[in-house]
Design a protein around this ligand. Structure first.
Ligand code: AP5
Ligand code: MG
Length: 217
């Protein structure tokens, strides 16, 4: 069983690394941000509730997110493990996760903390573009698509996330620093936190994460 938390500030590379790790370990990547965005897109009751918080860079209420994750990790495809991306984001979420995992007779193997300095986070988020269909990531300067606005992989439209506008990026980073960063200490105390340098090539960082996961098993 491989139960992993991918931790890091907005733009640290949780989504990017999660994709590689999910393929390697054949376990689902559970991104609360992706699940919420799918709900917003489909205009579900949950999505309508979440949208106003997401658009201003605030956290969606714990009641909404916690229930969503608890249900998800009990699904059959999580039997061999899961990768949590973007959850937990505050102490309360972490406490509920802890209790749930224990009740399931499982344990978190490690918390992979992808560490990237603030200036670089702002650069990454400001230029990020995402494919509407396959979710592939681009960057206007560092990894632009071959044809402007069109996904290299599937030919669909590329868009800018609503929360990747300048003001919202600042708000998200502030929320991270105030509400989420305290989890670094929380998981250090449980001897689960592993710091990973998030600067460098994507595959090189994946290699460092795999090494860390293997040594914690
Ligand atoms: P969420 O979708 O989780 O956003 P986030 O945490 O802000 O993180 P991002 O997805 O922006 O960044 P990432 O770390 O995945 O980086 P990525 O790989 O894309 O949450 C969105 C919102 O949903 C929240 O604000 C909140 O409202 C709500 N929400 C979600 N979870 C919640 C929860 N648990 N509780 C309450 N509310 C919740 O990479 C970023 C960019 O950098 C890309 O362009 C990528 O190509 C590039 N990049 C990646 N790696 C590298 C590299 N090594 N070198 C250069 N560029 C790189
Ligand atoms: Mg992400």
């Amino acid at each position: 069983m491989t139960d992993i938390i991918l931790f890091g500030a907005p733009g640290a590379g949780k989504g990017t690394q999660g994709k590689n790790l999910s393929e390697k370990y054949r376990i689902p990547q559970i991104s609360t941000g992706d699940i919420l965005r799918a709900n917003v897109k489909n205009k579900t009751a949950l999505g309508l509730k979440a949208k106003e918080f997401m658009d201003k860079g605030a956290l969606v209420s714990d009641d909404v997110v916690v229930g969503m994750v608890i249900d998800r990790i009990k699904e059959p495809d999580c039997e061999k493990g899961f990768l949590l991306d973007g959850f937990p984001r505050n102490i309360r979420q972490a406490d509920v996760l802890d209790a749930t995992i224990k009740a399931m007779g499982r344990k978190i193997d490690c918390v992979i903390g992808i560490e990237v300095e603030r200036k670089e986070l702002v650069r990454r988020l400001g230029g990020r573009r995402v494919c509407r269909k396959c979710g592939d990531n681009y960057h206007t300067i560092f990894s632009p698509p071959i044809n402007m606005g069109i996904c290299d992989k599937c030919g669909s439209e590329i868009y800018q996330r609503e929360d990747d506008k300048e003001d919202t990026i600042e708000a998200r980073l502030k929320v991270y620093e105030e509400e989420t960063f305290p989890l670094v200490d929380y998981y250090k105390k449980k001897a689960l936190y592993v710091a990973i340098d998030g600067i460098g090539g994507v595959d090189q960082i994946t290699g460092a994460i795999v090494k860390a996961i293997e040594s914690h098993k």
